[in-house]
Design a protein around this ligand. Structure first.
Ligand code: HEM
Length: 416
């Protein structure tokens, strides 16, 4: 299908033409084909672009989250066996569970997270941000390598109670996994690398979970091991898998949210950026950055049964059990039927800002408070230190993955 200069049949999460500017494509799709069957993606996938459909389908219990093996669909069944140990880790993730199993595991993880209040986390995140920014050359530095890459891995490592200086390994391992779940086409070589990264990450977490130090310090890894809810405990393998999930879900996403936000804020007058520095205005501003700059472009589902779904434009979507769907959050967030001035960054947009950046319903992001807090502290510290922060014209080095959309470098300067 051709939409003028764009052919939807070419659409993939790894093609530079879409990665540079996915929003023009999304706008066309919302208008002309909001529920679209892609024959090429995972052998037949429904792509949904409007707010109403994304929101309804995320909450539709006829759809399942048991989708850990979807990226391996292109492999013949006997070749999938090579990746059984990797899939064993992913299939334990609570994110991929449905119904009662999901409720039980989510309750368990929530209980483990209770001690990590905003008050507890605030000074710890602030210390990490200050430590990183103290080291930069304010006349010119790469925001991504100096701040956005290390920060989320260090924060989540600190929450888990594992050494924060492992941040480079944590970034590398989880980037391989993020590439797998954010892409629509991966090579067997990439799968093999991801399998190795998953193995190393799991080994690291297992050894940390058993370390006396980690038990004594009482990080989340320790709580996940110890907590019993209604007679249920996580097994050792489950603990490692849930910790790996938190790192996979949080590291690349916060990293690119910070980068995308600073890029977007570059075109906002300095005086308007002051909203980030005031306690009564920073909340709405962060919500608006979450809406416009989300790196997580979509969430996936598979049909749990055969049924017909009637989309917002009247299209009948005949879903067959096991068929994948991709729900484009980044498109829904700019849907003019859901938001006034949908394409504009309105830092004082009134709350509630009904963006779908963290999803909606039972699978709502587990890490949303941590994301809000980390992003707020990073941005307000940055603009407090350098109110005139500039982003010179430069090539964006996009990360070749629409699933976690962002660029891998961003030169900025705080002072001349
Ligand atoms: C910018 C940052 C982030 C964004 C945009 C984001 C977005 C999302 C979205 C859209 C979902 C729902 C998926 C679905 O419906 O299937 C989700 C789920 C989840 N997120 Fe996040 N996330 C972010 C950061 C984090 C962080 C920092 C953590 C943890 C440290 C985290 C942990 C999770 C987990 C565990 C789930 C699965 C929840 C469930 O299925 O019950 N996320 N996230």
């Amino acid at each position: 299908m051709s939409l003028g200069p764009i052919s939807v049949d070419d659409f993939s999460h790894n093609q530079v033409q879409y990665i540079e500017d996915p929003f023009t494509f999304y706008a066309l799709m919302r208008e002309r084909s909001p529920a679209h069957l892609s024959e090429t993606i995972f052998g037949g996938t429904w792509l949904m672009f409007r707010y109403e459909d994304c929101s309804r389908l995320m909450q539709d219990e006829r759809l399942s989250n048991a989708r850990s093996a979807v990226p391996l669909r292109f492999l013949p069944p006997d070749q999938r066996d090579e990746f059984a140990d990797m899939l064993d880790v992913y299939s334990r993730w609570l994110a991929f569970h449905d119904g009662k199993e999901h409720t039980r595991n989510r309750r368990q993880a929530n209980r483990g997270y209770v001690p990590f209040t905003d008050e507890y986390l605030e000074p710890r995140i602030q210390r990490i941000v200050d430590g990183l920014l103290d080291q930069v050359d304010p006349t010119g530095f790469d925001l991504m390598s100096e701040l956005a890459f290390p920060l989320p891995a260090m924060v989540i490592a600190d929450v888990l109670g594992v050494p924060v200086d492992a941040h480079e390994d944590l970034n590398r391992w989880t980037d391989d996994i993020a590439h797998l779940f954010g892409s629509t086409s991966v090579s067997v070589e990439h799968l093999r690398r991801t399998r190795e990264s998953t193995r190393q990450l799991a080994e690291f977490l297992a050894s940390e979970a058993n370390a006396r130090r980690s038990r004594a310090e009482g990080g989340l890894l320790h709580h996940l091991r110890e907590i019993e809810v209604r007679g249920h405990r996580f097994s050792e393998r489950d603990v490692v898998a849930q910790a790996a999930l938190l790192l996979f879900a949080g590291v690349a996403s916060i990293r690119y949210l910070i980068g995308n936000s600073v890029r977007a804020l570059a075109s906002v007058p300095t005086t308007e950026r002051d909203v980030l520095l005031k306690s009564d205005t920073v909340g709405p501003a962060i919500e608006e950055l979450l809406r416009m700059c989300t790196p997580v472009s979509f969430v996936g589902r598979v049909a749990g049964e055969d049924f017909d779904y009637t989309a917002s434009d009247g299209t009948i979507v005949p879903l067959r059990k096991g068929q994948p769907l991709l729900l484009y959050i980044a498109s829904a967030n700019r849907d003019p039927d859901a938001f006034d001035r949908a394409d504009e960054l309105v830092l004082d947009r009134p709350l509630p800002n009904r963006h779908l950046t963290f999803g909606v319903g039972r699978h709502l992001c587990f890490g949303d408070p941590l994301v809000r807090q980390t992003t707020r502290i990073a941005l307000s510290t940055l603009y407090l230190r350098w109110p005139e922060l500039k982003v010179p014209q430069q090539e964006a080095n996009w990360n070749n993955n629409l699933g976690f959309h962002g660029s891998t470098s961003l030169r900025v300067s705080g002072e001349d």
